[in-house]
Write a protein that binds this ligand. Structure first.
Ligand code: URA
Length: 418
């Protein structure tokens, strides 16, 4: 088999055979084909798409590019994954909540992709937190404290790790076959038997319309069925950023505040919706409203916050940062964004906000780029809020003054005030 022929086939919008897909995944994982050849094929898939059978074959080949964990000894293990968003700190909040309610959480998360953030980059902004545990340690932590959140650094779905970084640097993110195979290969490899997927739509999501998000959800659900993992998908809007902080340390701080009972309303809605379904899937309660109540309780009695601290400690993180958020590094320049109008915020496109945050250094432009954990954006006003000319609508956190000033100008333009 040869990679040029496979690229040409997809370039010409033909259907790839299972063996061709397996050959590509194996050879790319083993570095027998180059990044530029893989980039060409990925772009051809992005442009011409894949049918259902091709997507399933791609997912299975990616899942089997490394080890497949067997977590059956841990009982019902629930996993959660989002198709991506801006300001999306849901995993940092929801994983400890679910674990504090007695359901083991074993989750492999991703890094930032395009203009969306990634849980692993956020967790790594906690000094000492290790995202690259061995499989034994990962399982051990789940057994011991009921939770572990890791990255793709061990031999789980290594093909996704490579393709994910490549897609990020060639603008090939918004694609149903590529997103579905990326997420489901990780979920299958990480071993959870119940999966809740947060499928986002709107300006800050990879699926711009609800109809496309539904198609992506249907595709992933079908792969879940084929692989014997009970999967449910919840569609959530990502028209504007979620919550008020965007950027790695800033989002960790917002997540901790949420677990201490100071959560933003839009974040709370997503947490309750996803969390109540996770409890149901784990067999802990059929009634979603009762489940929401349990979630509120585990926050108000401090158990979810304690669980986050336990998680950080068990993965080598310095828990004193969680206890005292002031200890986190702050950016050199904190620049106010002043409203030049009086009125109501009509729109605040999450994609634009995400791109501004990436340019500040919170995400990667090239796949080798290092994240700057302290930079980002704090939104004082969101859609529907009123504002008077001269008031501060947001703050830019920057380590480079020029980039910071540019971000102020861009964010001012992103706010549509009427
Ligand atoms: N999350 C992933 O893991 N992969 C994607 O492609 C998008 C979001």
């Amino acid at each position: 088999m040869n990679i040029q022929e496979i690229i040409a086939k997809k370039r010409d919008n033909q259907i790839l055979e299972k063996e061709e897909i397996e050959y590509f995944i194996k050879s790319y994982t083993e570095e027998e084909i180059t990044d530029y050849q893989a980039a060409a094929l990925i772009m051809a898939i992005y442009i011409n798409g894949m049918n259902e059978e091709e997507i399933t074959n791609l997912t299975m080949a990616m899942a089997h590019s490394g080890d497949i964990l067997d977590l059956s000894e841990l009982g019902t293990v629930v996993d959660k994954h989002s198709t991506g968003g801006v300001g999306d700190k849901v995993t940092l909040i929801l994983a400890p909540i679910i674990s504090s309610l007695g359901i083991p959480v074993a989750k492999m998360s991703g890094r930032g992709l395009g203009y969306t953030g990634g849980t692993i980059d956020k967790l790594e902004s906690i000094p000492g937190y290790k995202t690259n545990l061995s499989i034994e340690q990962f399982k051990e932590n789940v057994k011991e404290i009921g939770i572990s959140l890791i990255g793709q650094t061990m031999n789980l779905a290594p093909a996704d790790k490579k393709i994910y970084a490549l897609r990020d640097s060639i603008s090939a993110t918004e694609s149903i076959p590529l997103i579905a195979s990326s997420i489901m290969s990780k979920k299958i490899a990480a071993g959870a038997n119940k999966i809740v997927l947060d499928v986002t739509y709107g300006s800050g999501a990879f699926m711009k319309t609800k109809a496309d998000a539904q198609k992506l959800a249907d595709t992933m659900q079908k792969i879940g069925e084929i692989s014997g993992r009970e999967t449910i998908c919840i569609l959530t809007s990502m028209e504007q950023p979620l919550g008020k902080n965007i950027g790695n340390i800033l989002e960790v701080k917002e997540a901790v505040e949420f677990l201490k009972g100071n959560g933003e309303k839009d974040v709370q809605e997503v947490i309750l919706e996803l969390g109540s379904n996770m409890l149901k899937l784990a067999g802990k309660g059929e009634d979603l409203e009762e489940n929401k109540q349990k979630i509120k309780e585990t926050i108000s009695n401090g158990k979810a916050y304690q669980k986050l601290k336990e998680l950080v400690q068990h993965q080598g993180g310095d828990v004193s940062y969680i206890e005292n958020l002031e200890k986190f590094e702050t950016a050199k320049y904190i620049l106010p964004v002043i409203s030049n109008k009086t009125g109501i915020v009509k729109s605040l496109k999450a994609e634009q906000v995400g791109k501004i945050s990436v340019e500040l250094g919170a995400g990667r432009i090239k796949k080798e780029d290092k994240i700057d954990p302290s930079v980002g954006i704090i939104l004082n006003r969101k859609i529907g809020d009123s504002i008077t000319e001269g008031e501060i609508i947001a703050y830019i956190h920057a380590n480079d003054e020029e980039k910071g000033k540019e971000a102020v100008r861009k964010l001012q333009d992103t706010y549509e005030i009427k």
